[in-house]
Structures are given as C-alpha cells and as structure tokens.
Design a binder for this molecule. Structure first.
Ligand code: HEC
Length: 86
C-alpha cells in the first residue's frame, strides 16, 4: 500500500516537473505576442522548430520584445508543432 502511494506521488511529481518550462513559454507568448495581432494568428499555425525560429526572428525584426526566447520556442513547438497536425 505504501509502495503504491509512493509511486503515485512520484508519478505526479515527474509530471509536474515537465510542465513549468512550457508554462514559462506560454507566459512569454502572452507577454510578447499579443500587442500587434490576436493570438489566433499564432494558434492556427503548425510549424516545426526551425520555422518557429524564423517566425521569432521575423517578429523580432518587426519590433517584438522577447525576453525568454528559448522557453517561448519550446512552447510553440510543443503546442503548435507540425506533429500536432491531424
Ligand atoms: C511589433 C508587432 C508584432 C509583434 C509584437 C508580434 N508580431 Fe507576429 N506579426 C506581425 C505582423 C506585422 C505580421 C504580418 C507579417 C506579414 O504578413 O508579413 C505578423 C504575423 C505573424 C505570424 C503569421 C506568419 C507570418 O510570417 O506572416 C505569426 C505566426 C506571428 N506573427 C507570430 C508572432 C509571435 C509568436 C509573436 C511573439 C513573439 C509575435 N508574432 C509578435 C507583427 C508582430
């Protein structure tokens, strides 16, 4: 019984550990990407990492201020990556 409980707790902890970086990336998106266009401009796209990287470069050249680029890129690929396409 104790063993099962321990397993459950560590499984939850492992899950929790995977989340904060993506949450950070999402926060960055909400902070950096909403001032010029609605978020659905982003949410309707499906790009791989390389393409999201060039989108971020383009947005930076247009004036976007990105503080946490790596976290944002991780989040974009995880949430709107090419593999998610049905
Ligand atoms: C300074 C204003 C500005 C900010 C901030 C901004 N964008 Fe954009 N974004 C634009 C403009 C202007 C376009 C249309 C560009 C075009 O069609 O050539 C655009 C278009 C896009 C597109 C459509 C694809 C494309 O290349 O046309 C995506 C995806 C995108 N933005 C993502 C983002 C993301 C992610 C962020 C946050 C890092 C962001 N944008 C922040 C100005 C901005």
């Amino acid at each position: 019984m104790r063993g099962v409980l321990f397993l459950l707790i560590s499984a939850c902890a492992a899950d929790g550990a995977a989340k904060p970086p993506l949450a950070k990336g999402r926060k960055e998106m909400l902070a950096a990407c909403r001032s010029c266009h609605p978020l659905n401009v982003i949410e309707l796209r499906r790009f791989d990492r390389e393409d999201w990287d060039s989108v971020l470069r383009k947005m930076t050249s247009l004036g976007a201020k990105i503080r946490n680029r790596e976290a944002l890129l991780d989040y974009l690929v995880a949430a709107y990556g090419e593999k998610k396409r049905p």
